[in-house]
Design a protein around this ligand. Structure first.
Ligand code: URA
Length: 437
C-alpha cells in the first residue's frame, strides 16, 4: 500500500477499507509516512468526511496504537465521563469522587485546556503539589486504593492520537466529526472501561455551536463505543453560558468543594448529579437512572464524596487541606467589577469570548508551552433570563496583571446580550443519546 494512493482515494470521495486505515495509522505512528502526506490525507478526510465504518476503523486503529489498560485485577466496574469542553465546566472533579465513593472505579485520563475551553489537568494543578503525571503503575495503585485517579495522557496511551492531534491543530483539520470521535474515543477506550458517559456540549461556549452538530457527534461516538462492546450514553448539555459562577482554575476548585459540601451553584450540582447517575446506571450500581440520582445525592450529603476527593488529593501528592481551607488555593491580587451599561434581561451570552477573556488574563494558553496562572478567574453574577439594572455587576475579574485587563473587561461587557423583554431560561440537559432508562 502507498500513502499517495490513499490520499487520492479520499480526495476523490472514496471509502477506505479497515486495512487501509490500519496501514495509514500504523505507518504514520512509526514515522514511515511523512507529516506532509498525513496532513494531505487529513485535509481530504476533513473535506470528504469519514463514513461510520471508517470512523470505527480509525478509532480502533488509534486505540491499538498504544497500550490498552488491563484493569481486570480491580473488581469494580470501570466507568468514566468525557466532556467535549466549555467554560467553567468542572464536573469531572465532582462526579469522579461521587462515583468512586459509590463503589465504581473511575480511571480518568484527562486533557489540558484547548482554545477557549479549560482542562481538568490544569484545574487539578491549582491544588498545591497535585501530581497529574503518575506512571501507569502508580495510576493503577491509586485506583486500587481509592477507586479514582486523575492523570494526563502518557506516551503509552493512544500515541497515534497525540501525533495526529498535533498535526490537526497545525493544519486546521480539528473540527470534523469522524476525526474528533476517533481522537476522543481512542483515548477513553484505552482506559480499559466498561462504560462511558459523554457530555457533549452545545451552544456559544462549545466547540460544536449548533445542536444538530453536537447530536451528530454524540451519535457517532455512542455508535462507535457501542460497536466496540462498551456501554455508552451521551448527554447533550447547554454551553450557551458558563457552567456555574466561576471560571478559572483555583476558583473552579473552590466551586467543586462547595458542591461536594452540599452547596454550590444549582447548575453545577444538577449536571454533576445527572452525569454521576448515568455512570452508576451504566456501571450496574443502580437499577435505574433515578436510583443513580438518589445514590449520587447520598454520596454528597453523607460527606463520602468529599472524603473521597480528599483521599485522592493525598494519594496524588496534593495538599488535601485545601478541601477544608480553600484559602490555601492560589488567589489573585486584585479584582475589578464589570457593570452593565444598560437595563433589561440577559437573553444570551457569547460564551466563547469569556473563555478568551480568561485566557488573556493568564488563565489559558495561546501556545502549548505557555504557563498558566491558576489564581486568575472570572465570577459571573448574571445568568440567561435574569433581570439586570444599569450599573449592576455582571461579572468580577480576579487578576494579577493589568497588561490586558481592559481587553478582558471589554470581552465581558460586550458579550452579555441584553434585551428589554425577558427570554426563556435554557434547559441544562437538551437530549440524551444512546441507551435509554
Ligand atoms: N478533544 C480531543 O481529545 N480530540 C479532538 O479531536 C477534539 C477535542
Amino acid at each position: 500500500m502507498r500513502a499517495v494512493d490513499l490520499i487520492r482515494k479520499k480526495r476523490d470521495a472514496g471509502e477506505h477499507s479497515r486495512e487501509e486505515i490500519n496501514f495509514l495509522i500504523s505507518a504514520y505512528t512509526k514515522g514511515k509516512i511523512p507529516d506532509y502526506q498525513a496532513a494531505a490525507w487529513l485535509m481530504a478526510a476533513w473535506i470528504r468526511g469519514l463514513s461510520r465504518n471508517e470512523t470505527a476503523a480509525l478509532t480502533e486503529a488509534m486505540l491499538h496504537s498504544g497500550e490498552v489498560l488491563d484493569l481486570s485485577a480491580l473488581p469494580a466496574k470501570k466507568v468514566d465521563k468525557h466532556s467535549t469542553g466549555g467554560v467553567g465546566d468542572k464536573t469531572s472533579l465532582i462526579l469522579a469522587p461521587i462515583v468512586a465513593a459509590g463503589g465504581l472505579t473511575v480511571p480518568m485520563i484527562s486533557g489540558r485546556g484547548l482554545g477557549h475551553t479549560g482542562g481538568t489537568l490544569d484545574k487539578l494543578e491549582a491544588i498545591p503539589g497535585f501530581n497529574v503525571n503518575l506512571s501507569l503503575n502508580e495510576f493503577r495503585q491509586v485506583l486500587a486504593e481509592c477507586g479514582m485517579a486523575l492523570i494526563g495522557q502518557t506516551s503509552e496511551i493512544a500515541p497515534a492520537d497525540k501525533k495526529i492531534y498535533a498535526l490537526r491543530d497545525a493544519t486546521s483539520t480539528v473540527e470534523n466529526i469522524g476525526l474528533i470521535c476517533a481522537s476522543i474515543m481512542s483515548k477513553k477506550l484505552a482506559e480499559g472501561l466498561d462504560a462511558l458517559v459523554l457530555d457533549v456540549k452545545t451552544g456559544s461556549g462549545a466547540f460544536m455551536k449548533r445542536e444538530e452538530d453536537s447530536v451528530r457527534l454524540a451519535e457517532t461516538m455512542v455508535e462507535t463505543g457501542t460497536s466496540m462492546g462498551k456501554k455508552v450514553v451521551a448527554l447533550i448539555t447547554d454551553m450557551d453560558q458558563p457552567l456555574g459562577r466561576a471560571a478559572g482554575h483555583a476558583s473552579e476548585i473552590r466551586e467543586c468543594v462547595d458542591v461536594l459540601q452540599g452547596g454550590g451553584p444549582a447548575d453545577v450540582r444538577e449536571l454533576s448529579i445527572e452525569l454521576s447517575a448515568w455512570m452508576f446506571y451504566l456501571g450496574g450500581k443502580s437499577k435505574t437512572v433515578e436510583d443513580g440520582r438518589t445514590l449520587s445525592i447520598d454520596m454528597i450529603e453523607s460527606g463520602k464524596a468529599f472524603e473521597k476527593f480528599k483521599q485522592c488529593i493525598r494519594l496524588q501528592g496534593g495538599d488535601e487541606r485545601v478541601m477544608d481551607n480553600p484559602q490555601l488555593l492560589p488567589a489573585a491580587k486584585s479584582s475589578l467589577t464589570v457593570n452593565s451599561v444598560s437595563s433589561g434581561y440577559i437573553s444570551g451570552t457569547r460564551c466563547e469570548q469569556f473563555g478568551t477573556a480568561l485566557a488573556i488574563l493568564g488563565g489559558g494558553r495561546e501556545k502549548k508551552e505557555d504557563h498558566i496562572d491558576h489564581a486568575v478567574g472570572l465570577e459571573f453574577h448574571k445568568r440567561i433570563g435574569d433581570r439586570v439594572e444599569k450599573g449592576e455587576p455582571l461579572a468580577t475579574i480576579h487578576y494579577n496583571s493589568d497588561a490586558r485587563l481592559a481587553e478582558a473587561q471589554r470581552l465581558l461587557l460586550d458579550n452579555f446580550l441584553i434585551q428589554s423583554e425577558p427570554s426563556a431560561k435554557r434547559p441544562l440537559i437538551h437530549r440524551i443519546i444512546g441507551q435509554q432508562k
